[in-house]
Design a protein around this ligand. Structure first.
Ligand SMILES: Cc1cc2nc3c(=O)[nH]c(=O)nc-3n(C[C@H](O)[C@H](O)[C@H](O)COP(=O)(O)OP(=O)(O)OC[C@H]3O[C@@H](n4cnc5c(N)ncnc54)[C@H](O)[C@@H]3O)c2cc1C
Length: 375
């Protein structure tokens, strides 16, 4: 049973944010930065955040050439440009809020590996530089074909390399840790092990049912923001969110590793980076889309096999390596790639749309959601 003391001090908050990933924590920070007097509580069902934010590859990226060409085709030029600008500004906000040292930000640059079937993208490189110039004030893409050999990639498969110096990488674990510490330093209360099972909005407040070690706990807040990403439709069944599982492998340290930076290929479906002489390599959802449209954390042997094959045949064809570990994270995909905020009820809001680029998008989307909640 809940005690009088718990009822008084813990179970009523001005604002509750459900979901303690990068988005939920960013919203909580933004609310406190705007309004230090409001009490803010984050409810996270895992002991650690259990979605995508501590599972990702740590790319501080805004879109590779082929990804942006695909976005231009599906969204149109203006929306693609506005999305890139949001990613770029969001990255600056994350870095300014936490500091580069705290998140281990390194701007080693990013590369896209083009195979024969993607060489067409080179015909758009100068045009895309011109289209993106208003966001970056410089031409961001250039050719770096001479590095295919220096980096030791399979030159029969990798036909061209497109470079951007503006892409960076972070230590994902340190970033979430720093974000939690920032939120706590601002006075945000973070409860882990708090699985929200239902939300009941009323005229002037919202009741929140939480499953915990003490069976059901009822909490109450003036306003609620939902940031549960792939799990959004568990609480709001009318929201159409498709989960997308991502598989990642990490090698043991490789002596004499020839490259550093972030690397994309196959329209962003595969991505790898260096980290302290290891390679962290993920993706391959396009090998088994149906099986990966799940929120279950489980390995997909077909994709793990494919990742190891690409490591040995394309990325490290001349270098022996061993896999140290593998893991999964779950992304949430809405109907479009554009992030959005939904007012479900005057006291209840949800945000979605960080897709595979939450490191870039969450700080800005979080700021927007905070403003809506405080209105
Ligand atoms: C394998 C992989 C690699 C990626 N690589 C990159 C990358 O390199 N760069 C990049 O920018 N992005 C990357 N992403 C995407 C990025 O991680 C996400 O966009 C971002 O983490 C989304 O953050 P979020 O806070 O919205 O969601 P999440 O991190 O999923 O957070 C949602 C939280 O809500 C909690 N929750 C869910 N339901 C409930 C409930 N009922 N009650 C309480 N809590 C609940 C979950 O436990 C979870 O912690 C990657 C994603 C994956 C899966």
């Amino acid at each position: 049973m809940i005690s009088f003391w718990e009822q008084q001090s813990f179970l009523r908050s001005d604002i509750v944010i459900i979901g303690g990933g990068i988005l939920g924590l960013s919203v909580a920070c933004s609310i406190k930065e705007h309004d230090s007097k409001s009490s803010v509580t984050v409810l996270e069902r895992g002991v650690l955040p259990t979605g995508a934010s501590t599972k990702n590859a740590g790319f501080a990226c805004f879109g590779s050439l082929t990804e942006l060409l695909a976005d231009e085709r599906t969204l149109g030029k203006e929306k693609m440009l506005s999305l890139v600008e949001k990613r770029w500004k969001g990255l600056q906000k994350l870095r300014a809020r936490l500091g580069d040292d705290a998140i281990d930000f390194r701007q080693h640059g990013g590369y896209e590996l083009l195979t024969e079937s993607e060489l067409f993208a080179l015909g758009h490189l100068e045009r895309m530089n011109a289209v993106l110039f208003p966001v970056f004030n410089e031409n961001i893409f250039s050719l770096a074909d001479e590095k295919i050999e220096t980096f030791g990639f399979a030159s029969g498969t990798v036909r061209s390399l497109v470079f951007t110096s503006l892409e960076g990488q972070i230590d994902t674990g340190k970033m979430i840790l720093a974000l939690m510490q920032k939120a706590q330093s601002l006075g945000v209360m973070i409860f882990t092990g708090a699985n929200v099972t239902a939300i009941h909005p009323h005229n002037d407040s919202v009741d929140i049912e939480i499953d915990s070690a003490e069976k059901k706990i009822l909490m109450n807040a003036h306003r609620v923001g939902i940031c549960t990403n792939a799990f959004l439709s568990d609480l709001l069944p009318a929201m159409n969110v498709v989960p997308g599982r991502g598989q990642i492998v990490a090698t043991k340290p490789i002596s004499g590793l020839k490259f550093r930076g972030t690397f994309h290929f196959d329209h962003g479906f595969y991505y790898f980076r260096d980290f302290n002489n290891r390679i962290i390599f993920g993706g391959g959802r396009n090998q088994d889309f149906d099986a990966e449209a799940t929120s279950e954390f489980a390995p997909n042997e077909k994709i793990l096999f494919d990742l190891k094959k690409k490591l040995s045949e394309v990325i490290l064809p001349h270098t022996p390596f061993e896999i140290e570990m593998s893991w999964q994270g779950i992304m949430g995909f809405g109907e479009s790639k554009i992030p959005f905020i939904k007012e479900v009820h005057p006291n209840l809001f949800a945000a979605l749309g960080c897709n595979g680029m939450g490191i870039a998008l969450s700080s800005l989307l979080g700021e927007e959601l905070a403003e809506r909640i405080l209105q």
